[in-house]
Design a protein around this ligand. Structure first.
Ligand code: URA
Length: 219
């Protein structure tokens, strides 16, 4: 099936209210083969999508593949595209500081994005791209099997929760979806905090919710 046809089918599913697309819907033969992160990476490398051809590197994921906490960002920026690693630019430095304040670092968490390639000019991922990659994100989460998924920013939150509510209302509140076992905590994107430092107080509140969770009997 051509990429445009796949996108049309996904759009049709989305408009029809289908929310639990699995990799089966994209490629029935690949579902059984994706049992490891390496297999998922190969499957994603083979996706033919225009943003891939504008990017330098695919940015898959980094950190501890058995982590209890998975951080989900939007898409690689310029520095991430150069290095092939998520959150290594300015936002990443802020994220590292926040993690370190609650005793975490990249060896203790796993970090990935909704999109593995940088959209040209750092534009926001569009609906077609999100619909195409959501099943891969769900598979990624399933393979890491974290207890918490922290959605960084409105795009990651909307893509995962498929909610019409904005990040201002959703952040700092635990959420869940049927497709994954982990609890989901939406919070602000570090890039937004760099632009609006006054919101760091709310972000810190959400970091403390993570800290509380990992120190509770749930972890
Ligand atoms: N912003 C994101 O959402 N992800 C990255 O990897 C870097 C910046």
């Amino acid at each position: 099936m051509k990429r445009q046809d796949v996108i049309r089918v996904l759009e049709w599913f989305s408009k029809s209210g289908v929310t639990d697309l699995t990799l089966n819907n994209i490629s029935p033969s690949s579902k059984q083969q994706i049992n490891t992160l390496a297999e998922l990476k190969t499957a994603m490398e083979n996706i033919d999508i225009s943003i891939k051809h504008c990017a330098q590197h695919m940015v898959f994921g980094t950190g501890n593949p058995h982590a209890n906490i998975l951080l989900l960002g939007e898409a690689p920026g310029a520095e991430e595209d150069r290095q092939g690693i998520p959150f290594v630019g300015q936002s990443g430095q802020l994220l590292d500081k926040a993690l370190s304040a609650i005793g975490l670092n990249r060896d203790k968490v796993y970090i990935t994005n909704i999109l593995p390639w940088r959209p040209p000019g750092n534009r926001t991922p569009n609906g077609e791209e999100i619909a195409l990659f959501r099943p891969y994100v769900l598979k990624h989460i399933e393979l890491v099997n974290p207890k918490i998924v922290v959605c960084l920013g409105g795009t990651a939150t909307k893509a995962l929760l498929q909610s019409t509510e904005g990040i201002m209302r959703l952040r700092g509140r635990w959420a869940s979806i049927d497709e994954i076992n982990a609890r989901i905590l939406p919070t602000f994107h570090p890039a937004y905090l760099l632009r609006s430092p006054s919101q760091k107080k709310e972000f810190w509140h959400d970091m403390l919710m993570i800290d509380e969770f990992i120190n509770s009997e749930h972890s």
